[in-house]
Design a protein around this ligand. Structure first.
Ligand SMILES: [Fe+2]
Length: 230
């Protein structure tokens, strides 16, 4: 039998994500995410038990990220801080990529995610929605990739660089929504502030990510490391 009291930080986190999205309505991907959430039974009694795991080498960067969440999202920031040790943070690529995908060492060594809701490995089960937190340490380059699912990033920190369809870079601030439509290649570069984002997949959530090759990956990865050292 589950300990419903210990489930409360995670339930509260999902509640605060839902509340924050509900006052950022407009983009279709936000509406679709909220629609999936509204259909779910997100109570402490119905939550699955997952073994908590926070990689020790990530915790300092993670706390920096939480401290960089802007004040209008303070309730969500507090909910993340209160639940961070109750969450199963994943370091392996298995759920979203084939094991030997060419994501590069920058991404491979500097990313973690947690699944709050999903068809497998989440606290709550859904076949229509994957929602969780996605984290990248500072100076990470996340190479161009695409997938059949439609994806939301609700960026809680920033600025971070994004490019779409392998064209020009744009910086997105904290408290911004990015919508990656199906099969649209997208890449992310993280500067000094760690990336912490709420991600959601709707439609075709059983798909895998595909790396989309470009010739400038090594240059971009080196630029981020050089800027860090300078
Ligand atoms: Fe993506």
């Amino acid at each position: 039998m589950s300990d419903e009291h210990s489930n409360l930080p995670v339930v509260n986190l999902i509640t605060e994500i839902t509340h924050a999205l509900s006052v950022r309505r407009g983009p279709l991907i936000v509406e679709q995410t909220l629609s999936c959430l509204a259909d779910m039974n997100l109570t402490a009694e119905s939550m699955q038990q997952l073994e908590p795991c926070m990689p020790s080498e990530f915790i300092d960067n993670f706390d920096v990220a939480v401290n960089n969440i802007p004040s209008q999202l303070s309730a969500l920031a507090n909910a993340i801080d209160a639940s961070k040790y109750s969450i199963q943070w994943n370091r392996d690529l298995g759920q979203f990529y084939v094991k030997d995908a060419a994501v590069g060492d920058s991404y491979r060594n500097r990313n973690m995610n947690c699944i709050l809701i999903g068809p497998q490995n989440g606290f709550f089960h859904s076949d229509k929605l994957i929602m969780g937190l996605f984290f990248l340490r500072p100076r990470t380059f996340y190479r161009d990739h695409d997938h059949e699912a439609s994806e939301m990033y609700f960026n809680l920190t920033g600025p971070h660089g994004f490019r779409f369809d392998m064209s020009g870079w744009s910086d997105y601030p904290a408290d911004s929504i990015v919508w990656n439509t199906p099969w649209l290649p997208h890449a992310t570069r993280v500067y000094d502030v760690p990336l912490l984002t709420v991600f959601a997949w709707v439609e075709n959530v059983d798909c895998l990510c595909r790396v989309v090759h470009t010739d400038d990956w090594v240059q971009l990865e080196n630029e981020l490391v050089t800027a860090s050292a300078g």
